[in-house]
Design a protein around this ligand. Structure first.
Ligand code: DGY
Length: 331
C-alpha cells in the first residue's frame, strides 16, 4: 500500500510553479477565493493538516496553532513573517519558513519605481492627461525633484536596502543608511555611510524604508520623525504599513511637513478606498505589489513549496525562521 500523503492547506491560489509541487506530494486543500479566508474559514481549512502554505494576510496565532497540534510547518509565501507568531510556533515545535533572496532585486526595483514616481509626479501627470487637462507644454507644469546628486536615506540596510543602495549609484546620490546591525565592510563597498536614524531623517531628500515589522519598528516613523525630515523630502515605504503612523503621515502630507510619500504598504491594509491618503496629490499608494513580477512570484511559490515539503519529509528546508525547532526534533 502506498504511504499516505500528508494533508496541507494552501490558503490562496499561488503560481502553478509551486502549486504543482505541493499537489504532487500532498493531499492539498486549496482556498480558491480571491479574498483571504476569515479566521473561522482558516480554522476550518487547517483542521487536521500536517502543514500550511500561508500568505501574509493569514494571522497564524498561538490559538490557531493550539487547535492543530499535529501541524508541523507553516510555510509563508513572503520574506516577511510578521503574520505568524513565531515564538508561539517555536514553543509548539512548528517550523516557520519564508522566501528570502528570491524577491530582493524585484522589491528594490519597485522601491525605485515608487521613489521616481513620487519625485517626478508621474501619477499626477497621468491623472492630468486622463482628465483632459493637457492643452500645451508648460514651463512650470508638474515640476518635480531631481534625484541626481540628492541624498538618499535607507532605513533598514538588509538584503533589499542594499540592493536599493546599489541602484542609487546610477544617480550619483549620496547614500546614508540606518540599521541596528551594522556591517562597515558592506557599507564601504557600496559607498554608503551609516547614520543614526534622526540624523538620516534630517539629511535625506528621499527616505526609503526596508525594515522588517517587529515590536521595535512598529510606528518607527511617526509625527516626531516626520518633523525631522526636510519639508520637500519624499518618504517611500515598501516594507510594512505599521512601520509608519498613518495618521501622522496623512497630516504631514496635508500640512507640508514633508513633500510627498509613495507607499506600497499601508496601515490598515488594504487602505479603505475613501481614505484621505488615496486622494492626496502628493501621495502615491499602490496595493502591496513590490514583489509582483511573473518570475519572482514563480520563485516565491517554488521556495514556499520546497520549504513546506522539506519539513514534511523530515529534511532541512531552504529557509527556516526558527531552526531550533528542527534541531530539537533531530535530537
Ligand atoms: C514579502 O515577501 O514579505 C512581501 O511583502 C510580499 O512579497
Amino acid at each position: 500500500m502506498a504511504p499516505t500523503k500528508p494533508t496541507v492547506a494552501v490558503t490562496r491560489k499561488i503560481p502553478e510553479a509551486g502549486l504543482v509541487m505541493v499537489r504532487e506530494a500532498t493531499e492539498t486543500r486549496l482556498w480558491e477565493e480571491e479574498l483571504p479566508p476569515s479566521p473561522e474559514q482558516l480554522a476550518a481549512l487547517l483542521r487536521g493538516c500536517d502543514g500550511a502554505l500561508t500568505l501574509l494576510t493569514d494571522d497564524i496565532t498561538g490559538d490557531v496553532l493550539d487547535r492543530e497540534p499535529q501541524l508541523k510547518v507553516v510555510s509563508n509565501f513572503a520574506v516577511g513573517y510578521d503574520n505568524v507568531d513565531v515564538p508561539a510556533a517555536t514553543a509548539r515545535g512548528v517550523a516557520v519558513c519564508n522566501t528570502p533572496d528570491v524577491l530582493t532585486e524585484t522589491t528594490a526595483d519597485f522601491a525605485w519605481a515608487l521613489l521616481m514616481a513620487a519625485a517626478r509626479r508621474v501619477v499626477e501627470g497621468v491623472d492630468y492627461v486622463r482628465a483632459g487637462k493637457w492643452k500645451t507644454w508648460g514651463p512650470t507644469l508638474l515640476l518635480g525633484r531631481d534625484l541626481t546628486g540628492a541624498t538618499l536615506g535607507i532605513v533598514g540596510f538588509g538584503r533589499i536596502g542594499r540592493e536599493v543602495a546599489k541602484r542609487a549609484r546610477g544617480f550619483d546620490m549620496r547614500v546614508l543608511a540606518y540599521d541596528t546591525y551594522q556591517d562597515p565592510e558592506v557599507a564601504r563597498s557600496l559607498g554608503v555611510t551609516y547614520r543614526p536614524l534622526d540624523e538620516l531623517l534630517r539629511e535625506a531628500d528621499f527616505v526609503t524604508l526596508h525594515v522588517a515589522l517587529t515590536p521595535e519598528t512598529q510606528q518607527l516613523i511617526g509625527a516626531r520623525e516626520l518633523k525631522l525630515m526636510k519639508r520637500e523630502a519624499i518618504l517611500v515605504n515598501a516594507a510594512r504599513g505599521p512601520v509608519v503612523d498613518t495618521d501622522a503621515l496623512t497630516d504631514a502630507l496635508r500640512d507640508g511637513t514633508i513633500g510627498g510619500a509613495a507607499l506600497d504598504v499601508t496601515d490598515p491594509e488594504p487602505l479603505p478606498a475613501d481614505h484621505p491618503l488615496v486622494f492626496l496629490p502628493n501621495a502615491v499608494v499602490v496595493p502591496h505589489m513590490a514583489s509582483a513580477t511573473v518570475a519572482t512570484r514563480d520563485r516565491m511559490a517554488e521556495t514556499a513549496a520546497r520549504n513546506l515539503l522539506a519539513v514534511l519529509r523530515g529534511e532541512q528546508p531552504p529557509h527556516i525562521v526558527n531552526p531550533e525547532v528542527l534541531e530539537r526534533a533531530n535530537g
